[in-house]
Design a protein around this ligand. Structure first.
Ligand SMILES: Cc1ncc(COP(=O)(O)O)c(C=O)c1O
Length: 362
């Protein structure tokens, strides 16, 4: 290896020595719930496509419509597809929506807009990396609150930020307990589309309207990208100043059309099947004595330092759900993370539960 990159090579070796080098698998979907994974047919239990819409023929057809935006939206990249999608989201969520090309960028853009240097902000300890980075970039005075402990929010506060459904723990925040005189921003990435009246997520279920909501279009809606919902005063600030909005190429038109189709096709009927499938998988795991965390369609199975072995056994048994390890979760908190789809069959769910029980017992 070249001397020029010796520093990088040393870091790769360190990853290998710590057993933390990640590798990409080649995943070729063959249905809403199955794929060829590195050439082998598997049932997929690790997609965030909770309603199977990434496989829906109308959503896929929409991906054939239009092309790349060619420029930032403020230059020549603002398209009818963006306007139509923002209008539909604004109508669905009842307040102005602003699109971002990804959820990561949505959190960066929102948080750097609503928090500034020296503002006191609080963030749940298990918040997503994009929330952590957004708050870091804002240079606000950050207080990390132990997971699920809004009772420990600092007394004098500008902004609190939490996820609604936690991506690695599958639990649901008590959002009313996060409210107060301060602003509240809620990342509903794993809830919009999948849960709540009209797919509006956890906040309406719990009867609150957070000041700011981030939703993604690449999970339950089956496309890609994200949106921020907030008061009318927010949108001009995002459009004029959020760096991850201003200095990035507009979402490709096909993605926006596909997200719009996903929004239309994320029905109560699919959400009900997702809830029923979640109950079936969680019930089957409980019957088999398998411990799980959380209560939603994200079903973590703690397996500690045996997680990666268990994931391999699961794969050999026909189920694809990789192990989650440090640094995605803290050391000692390693787990299998199963995700449920409205499109899983009863047979797939039962088979998964049995395979997980066998895999974690070794
Ligand atoms: C809670 C949460 N917020 C934001 C994101 C980022 O969304 P995107 O994948 O669209 O960048 C993710 C995951 O990807 C997430 O789990």
């Amino acid at each position: 290896m070249s001397e020029r990159y010796a520093r990088l090579a040393a870091r790769v070796r360190a990853l290998d020595e710590a057993g933390l080098r990640r590798r990409l698998r080649r995943v070729e979907p063959t249905s809403a719930t199955t794929a060829r994974v590195d050439g082998e047919d598997r049932v997929v239990f690790c997609s965030n496509d909770y309603l199977g819409l990434a496989w829906d023929p109308d959503v896929r057809a929409a991906f054939a419509r239009g092309g790349g935006a060619g420029a930032a939206r403020l230059v020549s990249g603002n398209r009818p597809a963006h306007d139509a999608l923002e209008e539909a989201l604004s109508e669905r969520f009842g307040r102005p929506a602003t699109l971002f090309p990804t959820g990561f960028q949505a959190n960066l853009g929102l948080l750097t807009t609503i928090a500034a240097a020296r503002d006191v902000v609080a963030s749940d300890a298990l918040n997503h990396a994009s929330i952590i980075d957004g708050l870091r970039l804002s240079r606000a005075d950050r207080h990390v609150v132990p997971h699920g402990r809004p009772d420990l929010l600092p007394a004098s506060l500008h902004l609190a930020v939490t996820e609604s459904v936690f991506s690695m723990d599958g639990d649901v925040a008590d959002l009313p307990a996060w409210t107060g005189a301060h602003w509240l921003a809620v990342d509903e990435a794993h809830a919009v589309g999948a849960m709540g009246p009209g797919g509006r997520g956890i906040a309406p279920i719990q009867g609150i309207t957070p000041d700011f909501v981030v939703g993604t279009l690449g999970k339950a809606y089956g496309a890609a990208g994200a949106f921020v919902i907030g008061p009318p005063e927010l949108r001009p600030l995002l459009v004029s100043g959020a760096r991850s909005f201003v200095y990035t190429t507009g979402m490709p038109e096909p993605v926006a059309w596909a997200a719009l189709e996903g929004l239309r096709r994320a029905t109560d009927e699919r959400r009900e099947r997702l809830a029923a499938n979640t109950a079936r998988l969680r019930g089957a795991l409980a019957m088999l004595g398998v411990p799980t965390l959380g209560s939603t369609h994200i079903v973590p199975v703690p397996a500690g330092d045996r997680t990666m072995e268990a994931a391999e056994r699961l794969f050999a048994a026909g189920i694809y759900a990789p192990g989650i390890r440090y640094p995605t979760v803290a050391r000692g908190q390693e787990r299998l993370r199963l995700t449920v789809s409205s499109e899983h069959s009863a047979e797939q769910l039962d088979r998964c539960a049995e395979a997980v029980a066998a895999a974690i017992r070794g």
